[in-house]
Design a protein around this ligand. Sequence first.
Ligand SMILES: Nc1ncnc2c1ncn2[C@@H]1O[C@H](COP(=O)(O)OP(=O)(O)OP(=O)(O)O)[C@@H](O)[C@H]1O
Length: 826
Amino acid sequence: MSRHFVPPSSGTSKQSTLSFTNKLPQKASLINSSSSNAARPGPGKALSGSGLNTLFSRTPSTGHPAKPSIQRTSSSLGKRSANSHEALRQTLHSEDSFAEEPVKVEEDKVVPTAKDALKQAVYWEEDDFEFDDMDLVELGLSGHSKQTNNAKPIPHATPKTNTAPPPPKAQPTSSPSANQWKNQFKIAPQAPAPPAEPAAKKRRTLPWKSKEEAEQKAKDAAELASILAIEKHKPAAETPRPAKHASALPWDKTASAVKAAKMDLKGKLQQQKRALSTASMGGNQDGKRGQKPTRHYMSNEQSHVLDMVVNEGKSVFFTGSAGTGKSVLLREIITGMRKKHKNYDSVAITASTGLAACNIGGVTLHSFSGIGLGREPVEQLVKKIRRNPKSKQRWLRTKVLIIDEISMVDGELFDKLEGVARTLKNNGRPFGGIQLVVTGDFFQLPPVPDNGRAAKFAFEGNTWSNCVDHTILLTHIFRQKDPVFASMLNEMRLGMLSPASVANFKKLNRKLEFDDGLQATELFPTRKEVDNANNMQLRKLTTTSEIYTAQDESAVLDQQQRDKLLANCMAPHVLELKVGAQVMLVKNMDETLVNGSLGRIVAFMSEKTYAMVTDEIPGGEELLFGSQGAEYEGLSTKQKAVFERYTNEQSKTSTTKRYPLVQWSIADGTQRRTLMLPEAWKFELPTGEIQASRKQVPLILAWALSIHKAQGQTLDRVKVDLNKVFEKGQAYVALSRATTQEGLQVLNFDARKVMAHDKVRSFYKSLTSAEAAAAGPSTSAASVKPVANSNKSVAKTEDDGFPDDDELEELHAAPAGAKLRQFAYS
Ligand SMILES: Nc1ncnc2c1ncn2[C@@H]1O[C@H](COP(=O)(O)OP(=O)(O)OP(=O)(O)O)[C@@H](O)[C@H]1O
């Protein structure tokens, strides 16, 4: 049965209360007595508790309770607290403790009046029950009760007292009370047992981890050695304290605490290392976790847009010619929006093509919206989405919709999505109140025609002007530093070339030669042309092929869907490489090795050999692959061992996993070699759900590249044959990848091939600069126009049938004609 400090009020409540209040003054007065000799009180007798006196008495000056002195020994504490607590226990537990009874007064003592005593007893302050004091009471009592074996625990308001704390021995314990106790009182010293190291197990580890681990082990060993050196000199009388409450001093640590600290440190160092490598890696896909893009300082116009979008929450379309930093700005916006909107799926990141979506860690607009081909009227599309809870939730949760490469989004599709958003969100504002962040350059690749219907540009959509608060033109070109070249490209973009620019472009019809032997990457409209060109070059090499097959995974898609989605990945499923092959990096690695960097394979080797060559043998890498070469006989024993290891790896029978060692030609003219290990690409929905992932060596053959894949890239060496270019915008996209005229070769330049849409030209005439837009809106969202939807054909299934990037390539490459339209949509 539980016992109550205050008697229960049922039945004789009035009497009980009375007897308690009458009794309290005399007990309380004695609690505050300064007598050090505790008189054992009998039932109803006066209580003198020195232990409690210590705890609750106030210092005259401050009126606060005096803290227990830490110089006390455990025996004195035990005795005093035992006396006081036993007295208190007996008083409180005695059946007549709260009975009305005349107060017995000792003659030589000043007897306080009931009022005075009550005052002293009741007027405790908040900090009278500080943690230390409370713990001490509990420990003193319990410790004593264990020792004497006859005292019962004091009934307590909390069930804590039911747990008997350990006796005051120096063994570490997890009980906070015991730790508290030990931290406050000196205990007979005990020699710490020598740390028993568990038998070292042979750890299995990946080969490429060995270098990292060796470094880590050396650091850990040094740290442990320094700790142990200090441990040697620590005072023998000290008792090791439990790790949880140990001081920061190394000699206060137990062997297990040292080990725990070591593990902790190791974890932290690894975390730091991961963070560092993550920060230095530039992502071309996953903006929120894993790879992060190289950060740039935003220009004024980029900052204006960033501010408008992130801080002011404006719906914005920002555009500008190739190389004005739209993609860089978009990545900053995504980062800002993710910070602003804590819910992961509030910000939907989409693009018109799979590749562009992959570049910003998003999904295609079609995939996000769940409308399949989107040919039905809005009402039917809404029904379709409502039938799919995932699509519906995506729409309902979306607060911000980001669309990259808007030039390839059809105007009708844009209108339909606007209608869908308004209906699903049950919100009459443009796009159902979703903030739109749209970017792209309408002078670049246009939307593909749909089922024989000429495609409209998104800006031609009925709802475009209502949905976009600001349309902003970025004007500073980062990619081409040469103003003449930048202006040549700008004229070409508008399809209005001056005779001087035509002459300059014609001058670029010459063969490019580079000291490093690398060729300019030729850009073609179709993937077929690209594959032919690359394979032809690869076959010319007499070295042995090394095949890398991607590790593709998906927990939610079937194989066909997964393969279709992963076809948008820059890294191919199967990659055939040879020593001497020209390759392009398809992921940002650091400041100098970026998406688009060009290099040549110089060797294939295991990570272990690479680590030995680069770290253990001074100049080993240079000896193996440098221009000097190496005379075997002149090498040291260590060098010979590595060379033999490397040679063995090259044999056909070797099963060691080897990776390509690439010699990169950096833009500043320097060279650099790196061993290329597999990297991961993840395709995620706005909810963060991973649809599919690919792990592959981040390289592609780079003698040739499709214009479609090149869109968005910055390349130092480019070759374009304009005879092969058909679609408006293609020539501009291809030529504007180049950073310099020196790095650009143009075959068959013809001004008539450089075409621009009149509609696009007039649309751009209406745009304002970023600074002007920051001053006020250029278009206003007044009222929402109804969306006309007349196409009644039925789509197959959700996300099914929309042309993938290969098909888009074909469509862009084709001269206008029905044949390819059928290919895409039939
Ligand atoms: N604020 C900046 N500071 C320095 N360099 C920048 C900045 N913004 C962009 N760049 C550089 O300019 C080049 C082009 O940038 P980006 O690819 O973002 O342009 P873009 O407008 O998206 O081009 P495109 O339309 O051709 O895809 C890149 O090399 C990029 O690193």
